[in-house]
Design a protein around this ligand. Structure first.
Ligand SMILES: Nc1ncnc2c1ncn2[C@@H]1O[C@H](COP(=O)(O)OP(=O)(O)OP(=O)(O)O)[C@@H](O)[C@H]1O
Length: 262
């Protein structure tokens, strides 16, 4: 193990035609750290997230994960390397049950291909049993056991978000990217989410990079916060430092982000 951070984002630039969505951003996420990524609408958070999860290839810069360059790798490779994510607007199989959605997150872990399954080889059954047990453990942890066999489409939004998190976790990520996990949740659910994120970090010994507008949540769970505005990093530090940074305050003055003052 070297001293290098788990995730290193170096001088990333992303342009869409004439728009520079991300204009040379660098930061790191350490092993088992929770890092919040904040900024007003259009600051470049989602674009940066999409580069780290392999959806976009940056025009310039480098992304290093666990000591290796992963810039521009497709998203299935990123998942295989240990970068899991959830989406702002959910990306679940709506007609499938909670259990099947969670298991779908493990497809890259199994060794069993079509032939091995067809031949009913013994290790195929052992592998399926182990994944089934892990899905059960995750559903228990995320309070999903009572809806395990229910199609996700019929569940409340907050519950579907927990299904997405379980699906990401079964893939055994070392870094979990969460895109606005508090979006659409009520106050009670946001409080529970804060506790859940800490438990997930402890239990799975992973790092979390969190894009979030809900300032109370970001400031209460993050070890470190990175603030963007107009595609540039304007602050990086502890939640206290970033919350009191003049550039961050100025960037937010034009907006009214929820609960900022709290
Ligand atoms: N596919 C795209 N094509 C053209 N411009 C884009 C595209 N995606 C993002 N942009 C632009 O890039 C800039 C950064 O957008 P981005 O969605 O990354 O910001 P954000 O911080 O995630 O905003 P929000 O908080 O509203 O989700 C914005 O000016 C946006 O209009």
């Amino acid at each position: 193990m070297t001293d290098a951070a788990l995730l290193e984002v170096r001088d990333i630039v992303v342009r869409f035609g004439g728009v520079t969505a991300v204009g040379g951003v660098s930061f790191t996420v350490e092993d088992q750290q929770i890092c919040g990524l904040i900024g007003p609408n259009g600051a470049g958070k989602t674009t940066l997230f999409n580069c780290i999860s392999g959806i976009y290839r940056p025009n310039e810069g480098e992304i290093r994960f666990a000591g290796s360059t992963v810039t521009g790798q497709p998203k299935h490779r990123m998942i295989g390397l240990g970068i899991g994510r959830t989406f702002q607007n959910l990306a679940l199989f709506k007609t499938l049950s909670v259990r099947d959605n969670v298991l779908a997150g493990a497809h890259h872990l199994g060794r069993a291909g079509f032939l091995a399954c067809g031949l009913h080889l013994p290790w195929v059954g052992r592998e399926a049993a182990a994944l089934g047990a892990e899905a059960q453990r995750l559903m228990a942890m995320l309070d999903l056991e009572s809806v395990a066999e229910v199609p996700v489409a019929s569940l409340p939004f907050g519950t579907q978000k927990r299904v997405e998190m379980a699906r990401a976790l079964i893939g055994q990520p070392r870094l979990l990217l969460l895109d606005e996990p508090a979006g659409g949740l009520n106050h009670g659910e946001v409080d529970e989410l804060a506790g859940l994120l800490r438990r997930v970090r402890e239990e799975f010994r992973l790092s979390i990079l969190l894009v979030e507008h809900h300032m109370n949540l970001v400031m209460s769970v993050s070890d470190k916060v990175v603030a963007l505005d107009f595609g540039k990093k304007i602050a990086e530090g502890t939640p206290f430092e970033v919350r009191n940074n003049d550039d961050v305050i100025a960037a937010y003055l034009g907006e009214a982000p929820h609960d900022r003052a709290a």
